[in-house]
Design a protein. Structure first.
Length: 366
C-alpha cells in the first residue's frame, strides 16, 4: 500500500455500508490498520446495526441513524480507552455492520425418510419440505455467538445449522401429534405454527428470530403412493363386474377397428376376448359370492277344516301326526299360502305321501 493510501486510511472520516448482496448477514468495515478518525461520521441505515469491537471485546452498538464519533457517542469505548480529557487522534476499533432485514425463502427438508407409526397403515416412511424466514434481532449476541471474526458472514454459513434444528423439532412434533397420514394435508397450518413455536427458542440463542416457518409438502415413498393410487382407483371404479364388462367391450371395439389383424386374426382375437371375459367374470363371481350358506327356507304351514271349523296353522310334522291319529283324512280340506282355494288333503302332493304310510283302521273284533 502506498503512502497516500496509508494516510487516507488513517484518516477515515465516513463509515457506512451499502449492501450489494442478498445474503450477507454481517460485514466488517475495511480500512487500513483499523484506524478511525476521532469525530468521523457513522451512517447506519434502516435494516442495519453497527457494532464496535475493541481488542476482541464488544464496545458499542449503534441503531439506524447518523452519528459523530466522539466520547459522548462512544461511552463504552471511551471507558475502555480511558479518554478522560478528550482524544483527537485516530483510534483503533473494528466495526461490524449487521444486516437486520428478513432473510426469506430459506429451505428445509428431511434428508432421509422419517419412520412413523400410522394408525391406519402401520409403520410408514414420510419426507417433508418447507421454507422459513429469519431476522437478526440481537446483534451483540449474533456477533459473539455466530460471526466471531468473520469479515463477511453470509446466510449460507448458518442456514445448515438452523435447518438441522428445524428438521429435528419437526420430526419430534409430527411423531407426537399422531395425526393420520391421510389427514396431514388438512393440518399444514397447525403443524407450521406448532413447529415454529418449538423452534424459536433455539434460534433465539443465536440472536436470530424465526419470523416464519411453513410446511409446504409431506410426501410418501413412491411405492406407497402407487398403492394408494390403486386403492383410490378401486374406490372410484365401484362395481367390478360392470368395470370388467366395460373394459371387455372397449377391447373388442379396439380389436374390431384394427385392420392389421385380418379376418382370421380378428375372429381369434374376439374368441380370446370372450374367453378371457368369461374367465374374469367367473373369478369375480366366485370372489364376490358370499362365504356363508343361504338362509333356511321357510316352513310350510297349512290350515285345516276340522268339524266345520278352521284350525291351524299346522306344519308338515304336525299334519303327519294328525293323519296317523285319524284326525285328518284324504277328504279333509287344507289350504296354505299361495293356493287359490281349499283342496282335499289327498290331492295335495305335499300331504298325499303321508296317507300311503298310514295303516287302515283296525277291523272290529267279532
Amino acid at each position: 500500500m502506498g503512502i497516500w493510501s496509508k494516510l487516507r486510511g488513517e484518516f477515515v472520516d465516513i463509515i457506512e455500508w451499502l449492501d450489494t448482496t442478498q445474503n450477507t448477514m454481517a460485514y466488517r468495515f475495511e480500512r487500513y490498520n483499523n484506524e478511525i478518525k476521532y469525530g468521523a461520521k457513522l451512517t447506519v441505515r434502516e435494516s442495519q446495526v453497527a457494532v464496535f469491537i475493541n481488542e476482541g471485546q464488544l464496545a458499542d452498538v449503534f441503531m439506524p441513524g447518523m452519528y459523530t464519533l466522539t466520547t459522548e457517542n462512544l461511552p463504552i469505548l471511551s471507558t475502555l480507552k480511558g479518554w478522560k480529557y478528550g482524544f483527537n487522534s485516530p483510534f483503533k476499533a473494528e466495526v461490524y455492520f449487521v444486516n437486520t432485514k428478513q432473510f426469506t425463502d430459506l429451505k428445509w427438508g428431511t434428508p432421509n425418510p422419517v419412520m412413523l407409526r400410522d394408525p391406519e397403515f402401520g409403520p410408514i416412511r414420510i419426507r417433508a419440505f418447507g421454507t422459513y424466514a429469519i431476522q437478526v434481532t440481537d446483534a451483540a449476541k449474533f456477533i459473539r455467538g455466530i460471526v466471531g471474526t468473520d469479515g463477511n458472514f453470509t446466510s449460507e454459513k448458518i442456514t445448515e445449522q438452523l435447518k438441522n434444528i428445524a428438521i429435528t423439532r419437526f420430526v419430534d412434533v409430527i411423531g407426537e401429534s399422531r395425526i393420520p397420514i391421510l389427514d396431514l394435508a388438512a393440518n399444514y397450518n397447525e403443524l407450521s405454527a406448532y413447529c415454529g413455536n418449538k423452534i424459536r427458542p433455539d434460534f433465539d440463542e443465536y440472536g436470530i428470530s424465526l419470523t416464519k416457518f411453513l410446511v409446504s409438502n409431506i410426501s410418501l415413498p413412491q411405492n406407497v403412493e402407487e398403492a394408494l393410487d390403486k386403492r383410490s382407483s378401486m374406490g372410484i371404479i365401484g362395481d367390478m363386474n360392470k368395470y370388467i364388462q366395460y373394459q371387455t367391450g372397449e377391447s373388442l371395439t379396439a380389436a374390431a377397428n384394427n385392420p392389421s389383424g385380418g379376418g382370421a386374426a380378428s375372429g381369434m382375437g374376439m374368441g380370446m376376448g370372450f374367453a378371457m371375459a368369461n374367465q374374469m367374470m367367473n373369478s369375480v363371481g366366485q370372489a364376490s359370492s358370499p362365504s356363508t350358506p343361504p338362509p333356511v327356507p321357510p316352513t310350510l304351514s297349512f290350515f285345516a277344516v276340522i268339524n266345520g271349523q278352521q284350525a291351524g296353522p299346522f306344519d308338515l310334522s304336525t299334519l303327519k301326526t294328525m293323519i296317523q291319529n285319524n284326525q285328518i283324512n284324504r277328504e279333509t280340506l287344507l289350504w296354505r299360502q299361495g293356493m287359490e282355494s281349499w283342496k282335499a288333503a289327498g290331492q295335495m302332493p305335499e300331504i298325499e305321501p303321508y296317507f300311503s304310510t298310514t295303516p287302515p283302521p283296525i277291523p272290529p273284533i267279532g
